[in-house]
Design a protein. Structure first.
Lengths: 358, 90
Protein backbone atom coordinates (compact mmCIF):
# COMPACT_ATOMS: atom_id res chain seq x y z
CA UNK A 1 0.00 0.00 0.00
CA UNK A 2 1.05 3.56 -0.52
CA UNK A 3 2.33 5.51 2.46
CA UNK A 4 2.74 8.73 0.52
CA UNK A 5 0.15 11.25 -0.55
CA UNK A 6 0.76 14.40 -2.58
CA UNK A 7 -1.75 17.23 -2.22
CA UNK A 8 -1.84 20.09 -4.75
CA UNK A 9 -3.50 23.18 -3.32
CA UNK A 10 -4.26 26.84 -3.93
CA UNK A 11 -1.14 27.63 -1.90
CA UNK A 12 1.41 24.98 -2.76
CA UNK A 13 2.21 21.27 -2.55
CA UNK A 14 1.75 19.28 0.67
CA UNK A 15 3.72 16.06 0.99
CA UNK A 16 1.97 13.67 3.40
CA UNK A 17 3.32 10.45 4.92
CA UNK A 18 1.52 7.60 6.65
CA UNK A 19 3.18 6.73 9.95
CA UNK A 20 1.73 4.47 12.65
CA UNK A 21 -1.57 4.46 10.85
CA UNK A 22 -1.89 8.25 10.68
CA UNK A 23 -1.32 10.66 7.83
CA UNK A 24 0.67 13.78 8.58
CA UNK A 25 2.31 16.60 6.65
CA UNK A 26 6.01 15.96 6.08
CA UNK A 27 6.89 18.93 3.90
CA UNK A 28 5.37 21.93 2.14
CA UNK A 29 6.78 23.01 -1.21
CA UNK A 30 6.00 26.11 -3.29
CA UNK A 31 4.10 27.77 -0.44
CA UNK A 32 1.78 30.42 -1.93
CA UNK A 33 1.89 29.06 -5.49
CA UNK A 34 -1.40 27.71 -6.88
CA UNK A 35 -0.67 24.13 -7.92
CA UNK A 36 -3.00 22.52 -10.43
CA UNK A 37 -1.47 19.05 -10.70
CA UNK A 38 1.16 16.72 -9.28
CA UNK A 39 2.56 13.51 -10.73
CA UNK A 40 4.61 11.28 -8.42
CA UNK A 41 6.88 8.59 -9.86
CA UNK A 42 8.14 6.84 -6.72
CA UNK A 43 10.16 4.22 -8.62
CA UNK A 44 12.28 7.04 -10.04
CA UNK A 45 12.23 9.18 -6.84
CA UNK A 46 10.68 11.73 -9.16
CA UNK A 47 7.70 14.04 -8.82
CA UNK A 48 6.31 16.85 -10.95
CA UNK A 49 4.37 19.91 -9.77
CA UNK A 50 2.44 22.15 -12.17
CA UNK A 51 2.18 25.68 -10.79
CA UNK A 52 -0.08 28.45 -11.98
CA UNK A 53 1.34 31.75 -10.75
CA UNK A 54 -1.33 34.41 -10.86
CA UNK A 55 1.05 36.98 -12.29
CA UNK A 56 3.78 35.05 -14.06
CA UNK A 57 1.96 32.18 -15.75
CA UNK A 58 2.11 28.40 -15.67
CA UNK A 59 5.37 26.72 -14.68
CA UNK A 60 6.35 23.07 -14.32
CA UNK A 61 8.84 21.88 -11.71
CA UNK A 62 10.44 18.46 -11.37
CA UNK A 63 12.12 16.88 -8.38
CA UNK A 64 14.54 13.99 -8.88
CA UNK A 65 15.09 13.48 -5.16
CA UNK A 66 11.60 12.68 -3.91
CA UNK A 67 10.53 16.28 -3.39
CA UNK A 68 13.56 17.53 -1.45
CA UNK A 69 14.69 19.91 -4.21
CA UNK A 70 13.04 21.09 -7.42
CA UNK A 71 14.13 22.27 -10.86
CA UNK A 72 11.99 24.33 -13.22
CA UNK A 73 11.57 22.56 -16.56
CA UNK A 74 9.85 23.65 -19.77
CA UNK A 75 6.13 24.19 -20.19
CA UNK A 76 4.08 23.52 -23.30
CA UNK A 77 3.72 26.47 -25.67
CA UNK A 78 0.98 27.14 -28.19
CA UNK A 79 1.66 27.95 -31.87
CA UNK A 80 2.43 31.61 -32.49
CA UNK A 81 -0.18 33.50 -34.51
CA UNK A 82 0.96 36.23 -36.87
CA UNK A 83 -1.62 38.68 -35.57
CA UNK A 84 -0.84 38.03 -31.91
CA UNK A 85 -4.28 36.60 -31.19
CA UNK A 86 -3.14 33.03 -30.64
CA UNK A 87 -3.59 30.94 -27.52
CA UNK A 88 -1.42 30.91 -24.46
CA UNK A 89 -1.06 28.25 -21.77
CA UNK A 90 -3.58 28.81 -18.98
CA UNK A 91 -3.29 25.61 -16.97
CA UNK A 92 -1.73 22.18 -16.87
CA UNK A 93 -4.80 20.08 -16.05
CA UNK A 94 -3.60 16.52 -16.65
CA UNK A 95 -0.16 14.96 -16.39
CA UNK A 96 0.45 11.27 -17.03
CA UNK A 97 3.25 8.89 -17.98
CA UNK A 98 2.91 8.16 -21.71
CA UNK A 99 4.81 4.86 -21.87
CA UNK A 100 5.26 2.91 -18.62
CA UNK A 101 8.43 1.32 -20.02
CA UNK A 102 9.93 4.77 -20.54
CA UNK A 103 9.03 6.78 -17.43
CA UNK A 104 10.55 9.94 -18.87
CA UNK A 105 7.74 10.15 -21.46
CA UNK A 106 4.78 12.34 -20.54
CA UNK A 107 1.41 13.43 -21.81
CA UNK A 108 -0.08 16.66 -20.53
CA UNK A 109 -3.56 18.00 -21.07
CA UNK A 110 -3.98 21.74 -20.85
CA UNK A 111 -6.36 24.66 -20.85
CA UNK A 112 -7.03 25.79 -23.53
CA UNK A 113 -7.69 22.40 -25.13
CA UNK A 114 -4.15 21.22 -25.88
CA UNK A 115 -2.49 17.84 -25.67
CA UNK A 116 1.31 17.91 -25.49
CA UNK A 117 3.97 15.18 -25.41
CA UNK A 118 7.37 15.23 -23.75
CA UNK A 119 9.97 12.52 -24.51
CA UNK A 120 12.44 13.84 -21.93
CA UNK A 121 10.86 14.38 -18.50
CA UNK A 122 9.55 17.82 -19.33
CA UNK A 123 12.69 19.28 -20.90
CA UNK A 124 10.81 19.76 -24.19
CA UNK A 125 7.15 19.60 -25.22
CA UNK A 126 5.43 19.12 -28.59
CA UNK A 127 1.82 20.00 -29.33
CA UNK A 128 -0.20 17.11 -30.75
CA UNK A 129 -1.14 18.91 -33.92
CA UNK A 130 -3.37 16.20 -35.37
CA UNK A 131 -5.78 16.70 -32.49
CA UNK A 132 -5.25 20.45 -32.35
CA UNK A 133 -6.07 20.78 -36.06
CA UNK A 134 -9.25 18.71 -35.90
CA UNK A 135 -12.23 20.75 -37.02
CA UNK A 136 -14.24 19.44 -34.07
CA UNK A 137 -11.84 21.10 -31.61
CA UNK A 138 -13.18 24.49 -32.61
CA UNK A 139 -16.54 23.31 -31.27
CA UNK A 140 -15.19 22.58 -27.79
CA UNK A 141 -16.14 25.03 -25.05
CA UNK A 142 -15.28 25.75 -21.44
CA UNK A 143 -16.67 23.69 -18.58
CA UNK A 144 -15.29 24.51 -15.16
CA UNK A 145 -13.00 27.06 -16.79
CA UNK A 146 -13.34 29.84 -19.34
CA UNK A 147 -11.74 27.73 -22.06
CA UNK A 148 -12.01 24.00 -22.85
CA UNK A 149 -9.48 21.75 -21.18
CA UNK A 150 -8.14 18.19 -21.30
CA UNK A 151 -8.27 16.79 -17.78
CA UNK A 152 -8.15 12.99 -18.09
CA UNK A 153 -5.61 10.93 -20.05
CA UNK A 154 -5.97 7.15 -19.77
CA UNK A 155 -3.12 5.16 -21.30
CA UNK A 156 -3.99 1.51 -21.99
CA UNK A 157 -1.60 -0.64 -19.91
CA UNK A 158 -1.73 -3.33 -22.64
CA UNK A 159 -0.48 -0.96 -25.34
CA UNK A 160 0.69 2.54 -24.53
CA UNK A 161 -0.11 3.74 -28.05
CA UNK A 162 -3.79 3.29 -27.21
CA UNK A 163 -4.96 6.32 -25.26
CA UNK A 164 -8.36 7.68 -24.28
CA UNK A 165 -8.65 11.25 -23.11
CA UNK A 166 -11.54 13.41 -21.93
CA UNK A 167 -12.30 17.09 -22.48
CA UNK A 168 -14.51 19.59 -20.65
CA UNK A 169 -16.35 20.23 -22.87
CA UNK A 170 -15.36 18.18 -25.88
CA UNK A 171 -16.26 14.56 -25.19
CA UNK A 172 -13.98 11.52 -25.06
CA UNK A 173 -11.34 10.93 -27.73
CA UNK A 174 -9.34 7.87 -28.76
CA UNK A 175 -6.00 7.32 -30.44
CA UNK A 176 -4.57 3.90 -31.25
CA UNK A 177 -1.33 5.15 -32.77
CA UNK A 178 0.12 7.31 -29.99
CA UNK A 179 -1.63 10.44 -31.18
CA UNK A 180 -1.13 10.31 -34.95
CA UNK A 181 -4.87 9.97 -35.52
CA UNK A 182 -7.90 10.61 -33.31
CA UNK A 183 -11.58 9.70 -33.20
CA UNK A 184 -14.43 10.54 -30.86
CA UNK A 185 -15.25 7.79 -28.35
CA UNK A 186 -18.27 9.10 -26.43
CA UNK A 187 -21.05 7.06 -28.05
CA UNK A 188 -23.92 6.71 -25.59
CA UNK A 189 -22.93 9.56 -23.33
CA UNK A 190 -25.61 12.23 -23.28
CA UNK A 191 -26.31 15.66 -21.84
CA UNK A 192 -29.99 16.14 -21.15
CA UNK A 193 -29.42 19.83 -20.36
CA UNK A 194 -28.53 20.53 -24.00
CA UNK A 195 -31.01 21.23 -26.82
CA UNK A 196 -32.64 17.94 -27.94
CA UNK A 197 -30.74 17.70 -31.21
CA UNK A 198 -27.39 18.11 -29.41
CA UNK A 199 -27.91 15.85 -26.40
CA UNK A 200 -26.03 12.86 -27.86
CA UNK A 201 -23.48 14.92 -29.81
CA UNK A 202 -20.21 13.27 -28.77
CA UNK A 203 -18.20 16.46 -29.24
CA UNK A 204 -20.17 18.61 -26.76
CA UNK A 205 -20.13 16.21 -23.81
CA UNK A 206 -18.77 17.35 -20.45
CA UNK A 207 -17.05 14.41 -18.81
CA UNK A 208 -15.81 15.84 -15.52
CA UNK A 209 -13.39 12.96 -14.96
CA UNK A 210 -12.57 9.63 -16.62
CA UNK A 211 -10.66 6.72 -15.06
CA UNK A 212 -9.61 3.30 -16.37
CA UNK A 213 -9.38 0.05 -14.36
CA UNK A 214 -5.71 -1.06 -14.49
CA UNK A 215 -6.47 -4.81 -14.30
CA UNK A 216 -9.45 -4.72 -16.68
CA UNK A 217 -8.60 -1.83 -19.03
CA UNK A 218 -11.72 -2.21 -21.17
CA UNK A 219 -13.69 -0.84 -18.22
CA UNK A 220 -13.70 2.91 -17.71
CA UNK A 221 -15.89 5.13 -15.60
CA UNK A 222 -16.88 8.74 -16.30
CA UNK A 223 -18.33 11.23 -13.86
CA UNK A 224 -20.13 13.49 -16.30
CA UNK A 225 -21.97 16.76 -15.73
CA UNK A 226 -25.14 14.82 -16.46
CA UNK A 227 -24.38 11.80 -14.26
CA UNK A 228 -22.20 8.69 -14.33
CA UNK A 229 -21.36 6.60 -17.40
CA UNK A 230 -19.48 3.30 -17.71
CA UNK A 231 -18.01 1.32 -20.57
CA UNK A 232 -16.99 -2.34 -20.61
CA UNK A 233 -15.76 -2.37 -24.21
CA UNK A 234 -12.96 0.19 -24.10
CA UNK A 235 -15.19 3.17 -24.91
CA UNK A 236 -16.79 1.65 -28.02
CA UNK A 237 -20.07 2.33 -26.21
CA UNK A 238 -21.09 3.87 -22.89
CA UNK A 239 -23.97 3.06 -20.55
CA UNK A 240 -25.71 5.46 -18.20
CA UNK A 241 -25.47 4.43 -14.53
CA UNK A 242 -28.73 5.34 -12.83
CA UNK A 243 -30.02 5.28 -9.29
CA UNK A 244 -26.93 6.65 -7.57
CA UNK A 245 -27.61 8.21 -4.15
CA UNK A 246 -27.77 10.86 -2.84
CA UNK A 247 -27.11 12.40 -6.30
CA UNK A 248 -25.33 11.52 -9.50
CA UNK A 249 -23.66 14.92 -9.90
CA UNK A 250 -20.04 15.36 -8.93
CA UNK A 251 -16.55 15.76 -10.29
CA UNK A 252 -14.25 12.98 -9.10
CA UNK A 253 -14.40 9.22 -9.68
CA UNK A 254 -12.00 6.38 -8.89
CA UNK A 255 -12.17 2.71 -9.81
CA UNK A 256 -10.81 -0.23 -7.79
CA UNK A 257 -7.50 -1.40 -9.31
CA UNK A 258 -8.52 -5.09 -9.48
CA UNK A 259 -12.33 -5.00 -9.24
CA UNK A 260 -13.60 -3.03 -12.20
CA UNK A 261 -17.20 -3.11 -10.96
CA UNK A 262 -16.23 -1.14 -7.84
CA UNK A 263 -16.07 2.64 -8.09
CA UNK A 264 -16.43 5.67 -5.82
CA UNK A 265 -17.86 9.16 -6.35
CA UNK A 266 -18.31 12.24 -4.16
CA UNK A 267 -21.83 13.52 -4.85
CA UNK A 268 -23.06 17.11 -4.73
CA UNK A 269 -26.06 19.18 -5.72
CA UNK A 270 -25.75 19.85 -9.42
CA UNK A 271 -25.13 22.93 -11.49
CA UNK A 272 -25.48 26.29 -9.79
CA UNK A 273 -25.36 25.00 -6.19
CA UNK A 274 -22.40 22.61 -6.00
CA UNK A 275 -22.40 21.71 -2.30
CA UNK A 276 -22.97 18.35 -0.57
CA UNK A 277 -26.59 17.21 -0.63
CA UNK A 278 -28.41 18.60 2.44
CA UNK A 279 -25.08 19.80 3.86
CA UNK A 280 -24.04 16.19 4.53
CA UNK A 281 -20.75 15.01 3.05
CA UNK A 282 -20.84 11.51 1.63
CA UNK A 283 -19.03 9.17 -0.73
CA UNK A 284 -21.03 6.91 -3.05
CA UNK A 285 -19.66 3.42 -3.67
CA UNK A 286 -20.89 0.80 -6.08
CA UNK A 287 -19.56 -2.75 -6.07
CA UNK A 288 -21.68 -4.20 -8.85
CA UNK A 289 -20.99 -2.00 -11.83
CA UNK A 290 -23.53 0.60 -10.83
CA UNK A 291 -26.56 -1.64 -10.34
CA UNK A 292 -26.67 -0.63 -6.68
CA UNK A 293 -24.78 1.73 -4.44
CA UNK A 294 -23.94 2.50 -0.83
CA UNK A 295 -23.76 5.97 0.71
CA UNK A 296 -20.68 6.11 2.93
CA UNK A 297 -20.76 8.72 5.71
CA UNK A 298 -18.84 7.22 8.65
CA UNK A 299 -16.38 9.90 9.76
CA UNK A 300 -17.66 12.55 7.35
CA UNK A 301 -19.43 15.73 8.56
CA UNK A 302 -23.22 15.40 8.42
CA UNK A 303 -24.28 18.94 9.24
CA UNK A 304 -23.58 22.35 7.66
CA UNK A 305 -20.88 20.94 5.41
CA UNK A 306 -20.16 22.78 2.16
CA UNK A 307 -16.97 21.06 1.01
CA UNK A 308 -16.85 20.45 -2.73
CA UNK A 309 -14.41 17.94 -4.20
CA UNK A 310 -12.79 18.85 -7.50
CA UNK A 311 -12.22 16.32 -10.29
CA UNK A 312 -8.60 15.48 -9.47
CA UNK A 313 -9.03 15.62 -5.69
CA UNK A 314 -10.12 11.98 -5.20
CA UNK A 315 -7.58 9.18 -5.51
CA UNK A 316 -7.12 5.48 -4.73
CA UNK A 317 -3.93 3.50 -4.17
CA UNK A 318 -2.83 0.27 -5.81
CA UNK A 319 -4.45 -1.91 -3.10
CA UNK A 320 -7.91 -0.45 -3.57
CA UNK A 321 -8.28 -0.12 0.21
CA UNK A 322 -6.81 3.35 0.63
CA UNK A 323 -8.61 6.37 -0.75
CA UNK A 324 -8.17 10.07 -0.12
CA UNK A 325 -10.09 13.14 -1.09
CA UNK A 326 -9.60 16.85 -0.49
CA UNK A 327 -12.04 19.71 -0.68
CA UNK A 328 -12.40 23.30 -1.74
CA UNK A 329 -12.57 24.14 1.97
CA UNK A 330 -9.12 22.64 2.53
CA UNK A 331 -10.21 19.52 4.36
CA UNK A 332 -8.75 16.13 3.55
CA UNK A 333 -10.18 12.71 4.41
CA UNK A 334 -8.58 9.28 4.10
CA UNK A 335 -9.79 5.72 4.49
CA UNK A 336 -7.94 2.43 4.79
CA UNK A 337 -10.97 0.19 4.32
CA UNK A 338 -12.47 1.26 1.03
CA UNK A 339 -14.55 4.04 2.49
CA UNK A 340 -16.28 2.23 5.36
CA UNK A 341 -14.62 4.68 7.74
CA UNK A 342 -13.07 8.04 6.99
CA UNK A 343 -10.56 10.07 9.03
CA UNK A 344 -10.02 13.79 8.62
CA UNK A 345 -6.53 15.23 8.52
CA UNK A 346 -6.49 17.49 11.61
CA UNK A 347 -5.43 20.59 9.69
CA UNK A 348 -7.05 23.26 7.57
CA UNK A 349 -5.17 23.22 4.28
CA UNK A 350 -5.64 25.68 1.42
CA UNK A 351 -8.32 24.76 -1.14
CA UNK A 352 -7.34 21.40 -2.63
CA UNK A 353 -7.10 20.90 -6.40
CA UNK A 354 -5.57 17.41 -6.66
CA UNK A 355 -4.48 14.47 -4.51
CA UNK A 356 -2.30 11.57 -5.66
CA UNK A 357 -0.87 8.54 -3.89
CA UNK A 358 2.70 7.63 -4.72
CA UNK B 1 20.83 52.47 -22.74
CA UNK B 2 17.62 52.14 -20.72
CA UNK B 3 17.52 50.73 -17.22
CA UNK B 4 15.07 48.02 -16.11
CA UNK B 5 13.83 47.91 -12.53
CA UNK B 6 12.26 44.48 -11.90
CA UNK B 7 9.61 43.74 -9.29
CA UNK B 8 11.25 42.12 -6.25
CA UNK B 9 8.51 39.47 -6.49
CA UNK B 10 10.69 37.83 -9.15
CA UNK B 11 13.40 37.12 -6.57
CA UNK B 12 11.35 34.28 -5.12
CA UNK B 13 11.54 32.66 -8.55
CA UNK B 14 15.33 32.77 -8.33
CA UNK B 15 15.96 35.68 -10.65
CA UNK B 16 18.65 38.29 -10.17
CA UNK B 17 16.51 41.42 -10.09
CA UNK B 18 19.29 43.95 -9.77
CA UNK B 19 18.96 46.99 -12.03
CA UNK B 20 20.73 46.70 -15.36
CA UNK B 21 20.87 48.76 -18.53
CA UNK B 22 20.15 47.47 -22.02
CA UNK B 23 20.22 48.88 -25.56
CA UNK B 24 17.13 49.24 -27.73
CA UNK B 25 14.77 51.83 -29.15
CA UNK B 26 11.53 49.99 -28.36
CA UNK B 27 10.35 48.20 -25.25
CA UNK B 28 10.36 44.90 -27.19
CA UNK B 29 14.02 45.40 -28.12
CA UNK B 30 15.09 46.29 -24.58
CA UNK B 31 13.26 43.31 -23.11
CA UNK B 32 14.74 41.04 -25.77
CA UNK B 33 18.20 42.14 -24.67
CA UNK B 34 17.32 41.40 -21.05
CA UNK B 35 16.00 37.95 -21.99
CA UNK B 36 19.28 37.19 -23.70
CA UNK B 37 20.89 37.61 -20.28
CA UNK B 38 18.22 35.51 -18.57
CA UNK B 39 16.17 33.38 -21.04
CA UNK B 40 13.88 31.90 -18.36
CA UNK B 41 12.58 35.38 -17.56
CA UNK B 42 10.77 35.67 -20.90
CA UNK B 43 8.04 33.23 -19.86
CA UNK B 44 7.44 35.11 -16.62
CA UNK B 45 6.87 38.45 -18.33
CA UNK B 46 5.43 37.45 -21.74
CA UNK B 47 2.88 34.81 -22.74
CA UNK B 48 3.07 32.26 -25.57
CA UNK B 49 2.30 34.98 -28.15
CA UNK B 50 4.93 37.37 -26.75
CA UNK B 51 2.20 39.60 -25.31
CA UNK B 52 2.68 41.15 -21.89
CA UNK B 53 1.13 38.78 -19.36
CA UNK B 54 -2.34 39.85 -18.26
CA UNK B 55 -1.33 40.50 -14.65
CA UNK B 56 2.03 42.10 -15.37
CA UNK B 57 2.36 45.79 -16.12
CA UNK B 58 5.23 48.00 -17.33
CA UNK B 59 5.86 51.70 -16.85
CA UNK B 60 8.37 53.81 -18.78
CA UNK B 61 9.43 56.85 -16.79
CA UNK B 62 6.28 56.66 -14.71
CA UNK B 63 3.80 56.21 -17.57
CA UNK B 64 2.04 52.94 -18.27
CA UNK B 65 2.90 51.52 -21.68
CA UNK B 66 0.34 51.74 -24.48
CA UNK B 67 1.04 48.60 -26.50
CA UNK B 68 0.75 45.45 -24.41
CA UNK B 69 0.46 43.23 -27.50
CA UNK B 70 3.55 44.14 -29.52
CA UNK B 71 5.50 46.26 -27.00
CA UNK B 72 6.22 48.97 -29.57
CA UNK B 73 6.45 51.79 -27.02
CA UNK B 74 9.49 53.94 -27.78
CA UNK B 75 12.43 53.83 -25.38
CA UNK B 76 15.13 56.51 -25.23
CA UNK B 77 18.57 56.57 -23.64
CA UNK B 78 18.44 56.94 -19.85
CA UNK B 79 14.78 55.92 -19.68
CA UNK B 80 13.69 54.02 -16.59
CA UNK B 81 11.55 50.92 -17.21
CA UNK B 82 9.61 49.44 -14.30
CA UNK B 83 8.22 45.89 -14.50
CA UNK B 84 5.54 45.15 -11.89
CA UNK B 85 3.04 42.46 -11.08
CA UNK B 86 -0.52 43.74 -10.83
CA UNK B 87 -1.88 43.90 -7.31
CA UNK B 88 -4.63 41.32 -7.66
CA UNK B 89 -5.58 37.94 -6.33
CA UNK B 90 -5.49 36.44 -2.88
Amino acid sequence: MSDRLWVATRKGVFDLRLRNGKWDVERVSFLAAPTSMVLPQPAQNRVYAALNHGHFGVKLHRSDDDGATWTEVAVPAYPKAEDGTGDSLMQIWALEVADPNRPETLWTGTIPGGLFYSPDAGATWTLNTTLWNREERKGWFGGGADKPGIHSICVDPRNHQHVLMAVSCGGVWRTEDAGQTWALAAKGIFAEYMPPEKQFDENIQDPHRMVRCPSNPDVLWVQHHNGVFRTTDNARSWSHVTGLKPSSFGFGVVVHPTKSDTAWFVPAVKDETRVPVDGKLSVTRTRDGGQSCEVLTNGLPQKYCYDLVFRHALDIDETGDNLAFGSTTGNLWTTSNGGDEWTALPYHLPPIYAVRFG
Amino acid sequence: MATIDWTPHLRQHLFDTSRRSYSGTTLAAVLAAAFTDEPRLRGYVLDDQDRLRQHVTIFINGSAIHDRLRLTDVVADNDEIYVFQALSGG
